[in-house]
Write a protein that binds this ligand. Structure first.
Ligand code: SAH
Length: 348
């Protein structure tokens, strides 16, 4: 067994691996060695998730946001972006299209809309549950305990809240007016009230070191998450980070593979951001530990307005087209599309 394989085995067997070991893996530069890392992660993925690739249909129902996250094109200071909110019937029509494609999870995502109509949301969740056999993931940012509880009671199953970076100082420099502690407290609240909980990070943020990325992975481990989304930073022209360089696809893939090895029984998407670089890296992601894809079912006329970063893929295609394209991707990889709900891989 090579030295690298021994290191990967040590990391894989540890209940809480050492940060230096993770940094050593993230530092790999030699392509054949990186291939060893990806293959190791692929074996863990096969053991834990099998060949099936789960689909989550995403509906981006509002791009209003009260925050000023330095990387995000939806930030409130981007006055050039026309803002939209889908009506209740537009949301339900989109969810019906997700259901018609046999996808059993809908992800309702939005900016942090200061005027979020919580009662309207509860009604939407209840109607989805009445009309469709489908699980609901919410990704609406930070809310108070009471609102999270209402959403859970109405029938929402899962919640995604990316920590973006687990380094408090970096987090707070990128999120003016927001607090790291509150973001973590929200994750704890969500978990405590029974949501299947997801988080994740952005790779390649200005000021982010390999050690910080290693610590992100240990943060995911400590938080015992059900899903983790890992994507590269993509600069957006109407944000303070417009002149910074893009996150590296290779480092993002290394982070993903190492996360699979450390976290094991979590859902890891091949993120849309990884599919939106100079080429579509989602295929590589699926070979390096990922087991989830997220076709976009936002109505076509709004898709380009949910511009968190530029060059977002598939903004001209309907979600059903994405599903057939992803089916051929799965076939190319000798994998299958798994049309089940894809609940948490952790024992209840
Ligand atoms: N308002 C919600 C959803 C945010 S958008 C929330 O606060 O959770 C979903 C994700 O897009 C974010 O969590 C972030 O990780 C990602 N994102 C935003 N801008 C990005 C950029 N420029 N590059 C890469 N990822 C970005």
């Amino acid at each position: 067994m090579s030295k690298l394989e021994q290191l990967l085995k040590k990391i894989s067997c540890a209940s809480f691996p050492g940060v230096e070991d993770l940094v050593a893996v993230l530092s790999l530069e030699d392509l054949p060695e990186i291939k060893v890392l990806f293959d190791f992660a692929d074996v863990v993925r096969q053991k834990v998730c099998g060949r099936g690739i789960l689909l989550r249909g995403i509906v981006e129902f509002s791009n209003f946001c009260r925050n000023a996250c330095a990387y995000c094109g939806l930030n409130k200071n981007n006055l050039a972006l026309p803002r939209y909110r889908l009506s209740m019937s537009e949301i339900l029509e989109s969810v019906a299209r997700v259901a018609a494609s046999k996808v059993k999870t809908v992800v309702l995502q939005s900016g942090e809309d200061a005027c979020v109509d919580i009662l309207g949301l509860l009604e939407i969740i209840r109607s989805i549950k009445e009309q469709f056999d489908m699980s609901i993931t919410l990704s609406l940012g930070e809310m108070n305990f009471k609102d999270y509880q209402l959403l859970k009671k109405a029938g929402a199953d899962r919640y995604l809240l990316k920590i973006e970076t687990s380094n408090q100082a970096l987090y707070e420099s990128l999120h003016p007016g927001m607090s790291f502690e509150n973001r973590v407290a929200c994750l704890h609240d969500l978990k405590e009230m029974g949501f299947q909980t997801g988080s994740g990070n952005i790779v390649g943020l200005k000021g982010q070191t390999l050690r910080m990325i290693a610590e992100d992975i240990l943060f995911f481990k400590k938080e015992d998450l059900d899903m983790v989304g890992i994507g590269p930073f993509i600069p957006h022209g109407r944000t303070p980070l417009k002149d910074e360089s893009q996150g590296s696809a290779l480092l993002t893939l290394k982070t993903l593979a190492l996360s699979r090895i450390v976290l094991k029984n979590v859902h890891l998407p091949a993120t849309t951001a990884l599919g939106s670089l100079e080429k579509d890296f989602r295929e590589e992601a699926l070979r390096a530990g990922a087991n989830v894809l997220m076709p976009n079912f936002t109505p076509l006329r709004y898709k380009k307005l949910y511009e968190i970063y530029p060059g977002k893929r598939c903004i001209e295609e309907a979600g059903s087209v994405c599903v057939s394209c992803l089916t051929s991707l799965a076939e190319r990889l000798d994998r299958t599309i798994d049309y089940s709900r894809g609940d948490t891989l952790k024992a209840g």
